[in-house]
Design a protein around this ligand. Structure first.
Ligand code: 5GP
Length: 203
């Protein structure tokens, strides 16, 4: 049974989901970011253990074989995985978890934890998405083209998701994401134990 909120946030590269997640984490201290393992090379200012745990292919494969991941996937040619321990530790300490992962991971987490809340972040239009990808200045032209192609495929996965947020105006999108998180704290599934206690106490 779910013991805390599992909030999955997906969206095409460049849609701004990481900024949205950062804003939500700032606003909601009870929520922890799940730090994934990846075989992707570290970008400029990334710190190991903060945005990701950076590992080589052999280490990732060994963790996968040892069933250490709640989900894992190959994304843009690199492997990414969510450690199951993150969820267990969060629930043991009464905390909620935010996952900034791709749709393949969202599908696996929803299968494993059906009460998880899955949110798809979409751009207002594809031109805006392209501008944002170029504005990041982190990826080569080849990578940008690869990511634009992937974007339509990712958006087509929308039936997997409970909510869709259009990230046009950033502040509006943050407000919607925060509202979804707050509502997710009050689902019947999460409140069941508490209501049962009320009933057991004399109703
Ligand atoms: P980036 O390398 O640009 O940080 O992330 C590339 C993509 O991989 C993003 O869509 C990101 O959300 C996704 N991603 C990051 N961590 C994980 C993970 O643990 N599992 C899955 N399935 N996707 C992830």
């Amino acid at each position: 049974m779910a013991k805390g909120v599992l909030l999955i946030v997906c969206g095409p590269s460049g849609v701004g989901k990481t900024s949205l997640c950062d804003a939500l984490l700032q606003a909601r201290p009870r929520l922890d970011l799940s730090v994934s393992f990846t075989t992707r090379p570290r970008r400029g200012d990334e710190v190991d253990g903060e945005s990701y745990h950076f590992v080589d292919d052999d280490t990732f494969e060994q963790m996968r074989r040892e069933d250490k991941f709640a989900e894992w996937a190959q994304v843009h040619g690199n492997y990414y995985g969510t450690p199951t321990a993150v969820i267990e530790e969060a629930w043991a300490s009464g905390r909620d978890v935010l996952f900034d992962i791709d749709y393949q991971g969202a599908r696996q987490l929803k299968q494993r934890y059906p009460d998880a809340t899955a949110v798809l972040v979409a751009p207002p239009d594809l031109e805006t998405l392209e501008q944002r990808l170029r504005g990041r200045n982190t990826d080569s032209e080849e990578v940008i083209q690869q990511r634009l192609k992937a974007a339509c495929h990712e958006l087509a996965q929308y039936p997997l998701f409970d909510f869709v947020i259009e990230n046009g105006e950033f502040d509006d999108a943050v407000e919607v994401l925060e509202a979804i998180y707050v509502a997710s704290r009050h689902t019947r599934q999460l409140k069941m134990e508490w209501v049962e206690e009320l009933l057991g106490a004399g109703c």
